[in-house]
Design a protein around this ligand. Structure first.
Ligand code: PA5
Length: 447
């Protein structure tokens, strides 16, 4: 199996190789804390050996459930937010035909998402679209109590039952949640839905290789075995016993921390392939929630190039020098489009005639790298051989492992997210949720 490849050469200059290697011991310490379970947040390390521990029976159960949903539904709405949404969305977007939803014939259900916002118009328009359609629901919430997915599920469950009856609806709803706790567990058990469990020791943003990601990905028609196989390969490549200089997760973690220490406070994940837009959204949650605490942490941002070169390009080239880039470079495209020659050449493009569109894109990528490095933006590059399940599986595990190591180098607990509770407390107080009476009084005094 080929592998994704990390290249830090174009980051060296802002930091030296010895700055990166100066963090070797801290990285090794981080790896040891992950593998021995001696670091902060050690009750959330279930993701570490998840790929190699997935069983045949579990994969077969996921595939069988996906098959049943495919047979019953033309559309499957995946309801979830944060870690209960972004992994599936990232992989499905990366692998899908961009315009498949407009084709009249498609082999697999169209997967739509809900519960990732509280947009009234979004929900209205989704409900309107689903009227009279054959649809099903995968509802995902680890805690089983998150407001956004709970609202979406209440609405869509009611609609589904009205359209197909309660008994048929039961066969079109799958719940993925805690084994015992939470309102969703109670509801699923009461209604008799098929359920999958999210293990206690796997946090939301590390859960893409659990049913949280795997079931929606399988329903969309993608090969979850290849995704897991890619992750297994990367689990080995970033293993405990792999020397620092050969361990891509350790090198990435050390390099980004060396850059952070040199004043680069923002990391931009760059793609030159629009299919990777949501992969960057997944990555932002992974690094943002894991590292942004104790008033520390690299701010994770993302851009889609060349699109954003026409908007954010100016800032990146000449704005404050607090950024570095990590470029996801996809080597091989799925399709071939060649630029035609034109006799009149009124657009002046004949110098490109006969070239593939991807060749132009690759030159844009190279030209951008040179310009940004010249402009003081260090560049890390991850070459992805192709956008396939295997390489996405590799990328997912690579970024997860590097995130754990990087968080420990930084000195934070990479596996909690205490800060995300603050808005929820205020929102519940403002909405007079039972149990928030004191907070309600206090917040009224502030508005
Ligand atoms: O990473 C996390 O823990 C969060 O982003 C959660 O995934 C998100 O808040 C959704 O939580 P839940 O799955 O409990 O509904």
């Amino acid at each position: 199996m080929k592998s994704i490849e990390l290249n830090i050469e174009k980051a060296l200059g802002t930091v030296s190789k010895s700055d990166v290697f100066a963090l070797q011991d801290k990285a090794a310490n981080g790896i040891e804390m992950l593998h021995k379970g001696t670091g902060k947040g050690n009750d959330f390390l279930g993701w570490l050996h998840l790929p190699s521990e997935i069983t045949e029976a579990h994969l077969a159960d996921l595939e069988a459930t996906a098959q049943q949903m495919k047979e019953r539904c033309d559309i499957v709405v995946v309801i979830g937010i944060g870690g209960s949404y972004l992994g599936a969305k990232a992989v499905i977007e990366a692998l899908s035909d961009t315009f498949e939803f407009l084709h009249h014939e498609h082999k697999n259900p169209i997967v739509l998402f809900a519960g990732q916002n509280i947009g009234e118009d979004y929900l209205y328009e989704l409900q309107t679209l689903l009227k009279g359609k054959s649809f099903g629901i995968v509802v995902i919430s680890k805690s089983g109590t998150t407001t956004e997915p709970a609202i979406a599920f209440r609405l869509l469950k009611e609609q589904l039952e009205a359209q197909v009856g309660k008994e048929e609806a039961k066969h079109r709803i799958v719940a993925i949640t805690d084994a015992h706790k939470g309102a969703l567990r109670k509801l699923a058990d009461t209604e008799g839905y098929k359920t999958f469990v999210i293990a206690d020791n796997v946090g939301g943003r590390f859960s893409v290789l659990t049913p949280v990601g795997l079931l929606p990905i399988a329903i969309a028609g993608f090969d979850i075995r290849a995704l897991v196989a890619g992750a297994v390969a990367m689990e080995k490549a970033c293993g405990e016993e792999v020397p620092f200089e050969q361990n891509p997760a350790a090198i990435y973690a050390a390099t980004r921390n060396a850059l952070y220490q040199s004043g680069k406070k923002v990391e931009i994940l760059v793609n030159f392939n629009p299919k990777l837009h949501y992969f960057a959204e997944w990555w932002k949650q992974l690094y943002g929630e894991s590292e942004g605490k104790d008033h520390l942490g690299i701010f994770p941002a993302s851009v889609d190039f060349t699109t954003d070169l026409h908007s954010m390009g100016q800032w990146i080239q000449e704005g404050e020098r607090i950024i570095f880039e990590t470029v996801l470079s996809v080597a091989q495209m799925k399709h071939t489009v060649t630029i035609p020659s034109d006799q009149e050449n009124l657009d002046g493009l004949n110098y490109l005639a006969g070239k593939r569109v991807d060749e132009v894109n690759k030159m844009a990528e190279l030209g951008t790298q040179i310009a940004h490095v010249d402009g003081g933006v260090p560049n890390l590059k991850i070459v992805v051989p192709e956008l396939t399940e295997t390489y996405l599986g590799q990328l997912i595990y690579f970024f997860e492992k590097a995130c754990g190591i990087s968080g420990y180098i930084l000195g934070v607990n990479p596996f909690n997210q205490p800060g995300v509770e603050a808005y929820k407390r205020n929102m519940f107080a403002l909405l007079n949720k039972p149990g928030y009476e004191e907070e309600s009084k206090a917040i009224q005094a502030r508005i």
